[in-house]
Design a protein around this ligand. Sequence first.
Ligand SMILES: [Cu+2]
Length: 92
Amino acid sequence: MTHDTQLGYLQGVAVPPWGMYVGSMSETTYTVTGMTCGHCATSVTEEVSKIDGVTDVRVDLPTGAVTVTGSREPAAADIRAAVEEAGYRLTA
Ligand SMILES: [Cu+2]
């Protein structure tokens, strides 16, 4: 059916809205141990957000995954220091 084919084509070429950031933004995921609740996540988010160049921090509490977005990849030592300042630890 012609209509379905055209729709499929349009979906196939759709560009995700975040595509424009590729190449200029860096996203790195770290794993933090010791976070047990929303306050923990907020503490880590606040400390990591202070790092120069960091524009966004997302914390997934169940897995401890902390995704850091920035204008460049932050130094692992900076992330580690910020996490420890908040009272938690970065794995490996
Ligand atoms: Cu907590």
